[in-house]
Structures are given as structure tokens and as C-alpha cells.
Design a protein around this ligand. Structure first.
Ligand SMILES: Cc1ncc(COP(=O)(O)O)c(C=O)c1O
Length: 407
């Protein structure tokens, strides 16, 4: 076996398909996000505007969050020094978990180093708690949920995206005495569409199933206190297990689940992905606590966020650019071709100083390649004007089709 040859073959296949991923080196400028410096291979630096970040509200540069981080680093140092069980359980972790439990109107929460880790570790541990479990999973669930379900090795049934009729059909075929969990997301990050949460909860009640929801792209941004779409729709009490991140709207790092104390105790005790890894640095937990608290109070930032997203969609619609509007803050423009998608992304960066990473397979299905814009309250009117003008010019240049503009 020629190992190098095999590796080259795998990489060349990505190049041939036009989906080889090029990471852009950027250096964020503290206090000026979404401005950043783009560092090219020859060392040249160009100021750019980030339009694809998941620091959705700019909290990664909030002076209060930064100050909380600095203060706790000064008091507690950097690393946690261990797993939660062996010396890595600090007051900062406990405080954050209390805050997160309250955010979701639950009595307990459990921190992980990322939401990926939280999904993977929790879902893969479930079959240990519930022998003969069936997990019903939305077909567009995030990779972390898919991997968790796969590692748990229990029976899984995939329902068509957001299709409650299909979910019902599947539930009807399962022996009523078997334990069942319905796993889905509240807001799907690549299309920006919402799940029919209430109808899924109704089915869960009818068929005696537990509900597991990933609110990663909603926490901090939806609901009166940032508790996500479930809080916004007054459905928190109908969800058994929440998953969320501290790395997107909260601008820090880490993930969690929020659920009943009994459930959290079981995951804490049975999930290898929680047990056998060092806990988050305490200062990052302190920074995240600050961010969660700030966003519980700051309803104005959530309104500004929605307003700018609406404005950007209106402007894109005026140009006839093809995108689906599901009423969320995520604005995906469909290109449908990996090569063109990369070309537009490169031109935006090189010619206009606009950074939007092309999204391709396996993040989205082949043929649905897109540019995913994430407007935030810290994008200015001028930045919107520059982006809209650039997209108009490039769309014409690439001879891509436009939708008919209806009044
Ligand atoms: C739906 C969903 N769940 C979980 C994650 C993982 O979040 P984290 O970045 O905290 O690992 C992501 C990441 O983008 C996601 O889109």
C-alpha cells in the first residue's frame, strides 16, 4: 500500500469536484467586529468585513465579556486542570450551569467543551439508559447529532425534514412499549428554517416519546431572554432535553444540555464524552456566564439583529437573488454549483473586501451549494450597501439567473 498515493487520491477527488476547502486566515480586530484583517500567504494584510461569522451578535468582543474573562483569568489562571470528576469542577462551571438551566426553564444543565461534544456524548449515551431505544431523527440534523446517534448503536429512524406526517407514520410502526426519542433542531442553520416544534411535541405526547432539541442557532437570539425558539413560542416546558452552544450568539466557547436533574445526573455518570475529557477553562465559563446574563437582559440587540436581517433580505429580493426566506436571521443565497460558489466567494474577498465562505458538500447536499450570509447588529448600513452592490455586480458578471421581482 502506497499511503501517500492514497491520501493524494482522496485530496485530488475534492479538487476535481470543486469542493476542496480553503481556510482563509483572518485576524479579528478587537472592538471593530465585523471588521477583520485578511492575512494572505505572502503576508499582505487587507481589511475585510466578515459576513459569514456565527458570532451572531458580536458578543465575542463585548467589553463586559472580555473584562469577565480577564478578571477570572487573573483570579483562577488558564486551564481547569482536570475532568469534572478529578479536580476540574470549579465554581465558575457550577455558576454557568445554573444560569443555563434557568435560561431553558429547567432545573439542571451540564457543560461540555462544545455543542458538538454535547450532542455526540449525550445522544450516544442514551441507549445505555433506555434499552431497546429508537431514536427518530430529522434528516437534516447536524453532523454532531448524526454521529452521536450512530455511536450509540441503537435503532434509528430518519424522518423527512420537518415532515410531521412522516414522523407520525414512523411512530405508528414502532412497538408502543419501546422507549423513543425524537431528535431535531429548532432552527436549521444552512437553510434558516424553523422546525414545527409544537406539532413534534404533540406527537411526542401522543406516542410517549422524549424530545431532544438542538437550539444552537437560536440561543441568545430568540425568546424574551434569549432562551431560543422554544422560549419565544412558550414551548420550553414541552422539551425534555435542550442542547445549546456558547460559541455562537454568546461569542465564547462551550456547549451544554439542559434537562431534569435526573437526566443530567445520568448523562454526567454515563457519557464517556463528558467523563473522560478536561473541563472548559474556568475563565471561559465565567465569560460565558457574563454573556448569557447580558443577553438575558438585552432585548434591544435581538430586535436590531432581526431588523438588519430583514433589511438585507429585502435588498437581495429587490435584486432578484435566489434565497429562501423563512423569517430567521440566516440568509442563504443559492448558487447550486461548487465552482461558481467558490468563484463568487473569491471575487467578493479579493475585489470587495467581503468575506463569505462558500458552503458545499458535505455541509449541504451536492447541487445546493450556497453563500450563507449572517447579518448582525454590528454590521453598519454602509457595509450592507457595499455588500448589496457587490452581489449585484457579481451576479451579472457570472450570468447567474435572477428571480422575477414581484411588487
Ligand atoms: C446545529 C448545530 N449543532 C451543534 C453544533 C456544534 O456547535 P459547537 O460549535 O459549539 O460545537 C453546530 C455547529 O455549527 C450546529 O450547527
Amino acid at each position: 500500500m502506497n499511503y501517500d498515493h492514497q491520501i493524494d487520491k482522496a485530496l485530488n477527488a475534492l479538487h476535481a469536484e470543486g469542493r476542496y476547502r480553503v481556510f482563509q486566515d483572518i485576524s479579528r480586530i478587537n472592538g471593530e467586529y465585523p471588521k477583520a484583517n485578511w492575512v494572505q500567504t505572502d503576508g499582505t494584510q487587507t481589511e475585510i468585513t466578515v459576513w459569514c461569522g456565527n458570532d451572531y451578535l458580536g458578543m465575542g468582543q463585548s467589553p463586559e465579556v472580555i473584562s469577565a474573562l480577564k478578571k477570572s483569568i487573573d483570579s483562577a489562571g488558564v486551564g481547569s486542570g482536570g475532568t469534572r470528576n478529578i479536580s476540574g469542577n470549579t465554581v465558575f462551571h457550577k455558576e454557568l450551569e445554573k444560569e443555563l438551566a434557568e435560561l431553558h426553564q429547567k432545573d439542571a444543565a451540564l457543560l461540555f467543551t462544545s455543542a458538538y461534544n454535547a450532542n455526540e456524548a449525550t445522544l450516544s449515551a442514551l441507549p445505555k439508559l433506555f434499552p431497546n431505544l429508537v431514536i427518530l431523527s430529522d434528516e437534516l440534523n447536524h453532523a454532531s447529532m448524526i454521529e452521536g446517534i450512530r455511536h450509540g448503536n441503537c435503532e434509528k429512524q430518519i424522518f423527512r425534514h420537518n415532515d410531521v406526517k412522516h414522523l407520525r407514520q414512523l411512530l405508528e410502526t414502532i412497538d408502543p412499549s419501546r422507549p423513543k426519542i425524537i431528535a431535531f433542531e429548532s432552527l436549521y442553520s444552512m437553510d434558516g428554517d424553523f422546525a414545527p416544534i409544537e406539532e413534534i411535541c404533540d406527537l411526542a405526547d401522543e406516542f410517549n416519546a422524549l424530545t431532544y432539541i438542538d437550539e444552537v442557532h437560536a440561543v441568545g437570539m430568540y425568546g424574551a431572554k434569549g432562551g431560543g425558539v422554544c422560549e419565544m413560542l412558550n414551548l420550553s416546558s414541552r422539551i425534555d432535553i435542550f442542547n445549546g452552544t456558547l460559541a455562537k450568539a454568546y461569542g465564547v466557547i462551550g456547549g451544554y444540555i439542559a434537562a431534569s436533574p435526573r437526566f443530567v445526573d445520568a448523562i454526567r455518570s454515563y457519557a464517556p464524552g463528558f467523563i473522560f475529557t478536561s473541563s472548559l477553562p474556568p475563565a471561559l465559563a465565567a465569560a460565558a456566564t457574563k454573556s448569557v446574563r447580558l443577553l438575558k437582559e438585552n432585548t434591544e440587540i435581538r430586535k436590531k439583529h432581526q431588523d438588519i436581517a430583514k433589511q438585507l433580505k429585502l435588498r437581495f429580493r429587490g435584486l432578484g437573488l435566489p434565497f429562501d426566506d423563512h423569517g430567521s436571521h440566516i440568509v442563504p443565497i443559492h448558487v447550486g454549483d461548487p465552482v461558481k460558489c467558490k468563484m463568487i466567494s473569491d471575487r467578493l474577498l479579493n475585489d470587495y473586501g467581503i468575506y463569505v465562505q462558500p458552503i458545499n458538500f458535505p455541509t449541504v447536499p451536492r447541487g445546493t451549494e450556497r453563500l450563507r450570509f449572517t447579518p448582525s447588529p454590528v454590521h453598519t448600513q454602509e457595509m450592507v450597501d457595499i455588500l448589496v452592490n457587490a452581489m449585484d455586480e457579481l451576479w451579472s458578471h457570472c450570468e447567474l439567473s435572477r428571480l422575477k421581482i414581484t411588487a
